[in-house]
Design a protein around this ligand. Structure first.
Ligand code: ZN
Ligand code: FE
Length: 260
């Protein structure tokens, strides 16, 4: 199969809408188009058309542009069977395959942020919506810590060469938290420097290689001694399961959000 082309379109404050296609394709699929205008601009400037819409979950910053895009392009809309998605034509679930725009994608159920949240994998890429963020993970709006931990583990089990395409630019915030959890991890410090430089040049820090996530994302490191000890210190008690450690990290991050 031909290589994948994936490009970002920025929306709202910090959302990324991903546009993906096979190398010889003039049709793209749009993942989580919360807004239509930036997608339409992108297509027009490159002489491309829309071939499909993929949705990870029902939040408006991921679905708000569907109606306006459908007005211009009568394309299939794939989305979680378990969630209300406007104008969805193809409800999809675990293990389903999607062939569109020269790509073949697999559906992975990744509940936690929402109960029906899906991620989509294709050659060398995973579109994680608000589940795995670069250096962090989504908030638990609907699911349990156990569900989110399991979802993150499924994503983390993909091949090392996979790139993580999440739906928000949260990397620096997430790394500030990672540094509190693991102040002695040199890879977190190095990544912080690297990503800070990219942001100051106006560049996106997404996508990131899964291997980098494993080394620096505290939510993928719930079995690392330093992380366990930091979570226990924060909780003020002994934590006996990985899900408990994850739950403490997630609520700790919620506490410090906006303060870092
Ligand atoms: Zn969301
Ligand atoms: Fe979101």
């Amino acid at each position: 199969m031909s290589p994948v082309i994936v490009e970002a379109v920025a929306a709202f404050q910090d959302n990324y809408i991903w546009l993906a296609r096979g190398a010889s394709e003039s049709r793209c699929l749009a993942i989580d188009p919360g807004e239509a205008a930036p997608v339409l601009d992108y297509l027009q400037h490159r002489g491309l058309t829309l071939g499909a819409i993929l949705i990870t979950h029902h939040h408006p910053d991921h679905t708000g542009g569907i109606a306006a895009l459908k007005h211009h392009f009568d394309v299939p809309v794939y989305g979680p069977a378990q969630e209300p998605i406007p104008q969805r034509t193809h409800p999809v679930a675990e293990g389903d395959k999607i062939a569109a725009c020269g790509l073949e994608l697999s559906v992975v159920e990744t509940p936690g942020h929402t109960l029906g949240h899906l991620s989509y994998t294709t050659q060398g890429a995973v579109f994680t919506g608000d589940t795995l963020f670069t250096a962090g993970c989504g908030r638990l709006f609907e699911g349990t810590p156990e569900q989110m931990l399991h979802s993150l583990k499924r994503i983390a089990a993909l091949p090392d060469t996979t790139w993580v395409y999440c739906a928000h630019e949260y990397t620096l915030d997430n790394l500030r938290f990672a540094r509190i959890v693991e102040p002695n991890n040199p890879r977190i410090r190095a990544r912080m420097e690297r990503e800070t430089a990219r942001r100051s040049r106006g560049e996106a820090t997404v996508p990131a290689p899964l291997s980098v996530e494993r080394d620096t994302n505290p939510f993928l490191r719930t079995r690392v001694d330093e992380v366990i000890q930091a979570a226990q210190r924060h909780a003020g008690r002994t934590l006996t399961s990985e899900a408990e450690i994850f739950a403490v990290l997630r609520s700790w991050k919620d506490e410090v959000d906006g303060l870092l």
